[in-house]
Design a protein around this ligand. Sequence first.
Ligand SMILES: Cc1ncc(COP(=O)(O)O)c(C=O)c1O
Length: 430
Amino acid sequence: MENEQILGVDKAHVWHPYSSMDSVHPVYPVASASGVRLILSDGRELIDGMSSWWCAIHGYNHPEINRALEAQLQKMSHVMFGGLTHQPAVDLVTQLVALTPDALQSVFFSDSGSVSVEVAMKMAIQYWYAKGQSSKKYFLTIRNGYHGDTFGAMSVCDPVTGMHSLFQDTLTQQYFVDAPSCSFGQPCSDVDIAAFEQTLKTEKEHIAAVIMEPIVQGAGGMRFYSAEYLKRVRELCDQHHVLLILDEIATGLGRTGKLFACNHADVTPDIMCIGKALTGGYMTLAATLTNKDISDTISQGDPGVFMHGPTFMANPLACTAALTSLQLLLASPWQSNISRIEKQLASGLEPCRAINGVTDVRVLDAIGVVELDKPVDMAVIQPLFVDAGVWIRPYGKLVYLMPPFIIENEDLEEVTTAVVDILSNYPLKL
Ligand SMILES: Cc1ncc(COP(=O)(O)O)c(C=O)c1O
């Protein structure tokens, strides 16, 4: 198909994420991708600054993941997981149990981050149900969070920035407190945690679990908060008998310079969600991990089973991609790559501070954020980035970067230079 034909069919029939079928925003056909480059079907090459939304940590078309998948394809691409198991799932589970905090011993696979959050929330509710405390069925979370687009996940996303406000009347009403005002690297005072503590204390009979993204709040605002705050949350959850769910879907597997962001606070959640980078961006797979207390209580209580079972649970190809991706990550100098990327993001984005309309520039490990005073016009800014040869996908007031860990300095410099140049000239193009 020619470029024009692809775009014609796309325009007529395809719905893109968070978009209108009448969208005037451009979409770009990608013919292939390799390393840190997306190759468009018109031949242009774009350096990837997004890792396809946190996923493609090793870049694209990685020969080792390709090889592992081709070998697995010769055996089987999928079998149901009810009553059956297989080597890729068992190998992956062994690796995940070894890498995550020690207490997390039971792993439930699902197809996407949002579903793994639903699974986590159901685990928490079923845990208290099995203990005869079925009034504990709501969740406490912090504003500016994002946990996915399914109904349970939407109910714990920020009610305003969470993009889901129109479903407000349909969603279960959960408990919210303001996002931490203490930033990463800062201490957390009694005042910082007061509202959280108060809500937990007064509503603990109704709260099954606290759910939050550790350290980095992603799509709800790209905010980085204090590790001490997370530590205090863990202590308060223990004190008030409320479970702690940490959503590591965006942060997990190295992005924040630790394997998991909860490692910054030395905190072990009761339930943890992992997704996105799990398969190195090859295909969709997520996991919800929990401890023995929760898995035993659910398994031994009424109704004696955990009530969830996706058709494509533990898909062997996805498990193979994940296992190979984890092996690649662990064998690579990922920590020095992340600190190299952090340094370069910090120096490369620094000039943005002087640009009119920029309200903040912040960098945490392999995440760089430029915040503006008003939302960007995607119809204007997206083509500017593409013309500059980089793939950056801003949203709202945020122009943000989370490049593949393998990106080299020269390529990253092109990406940050494009951000500086385009933001400097962008208001003139409006
Ligand atoms: C922290 C977090 N949780 C959950 C999700 C949802 O994951 P998925 O899009 O795979 O359903 C996302 C996706 O952006 C996320 O960043």
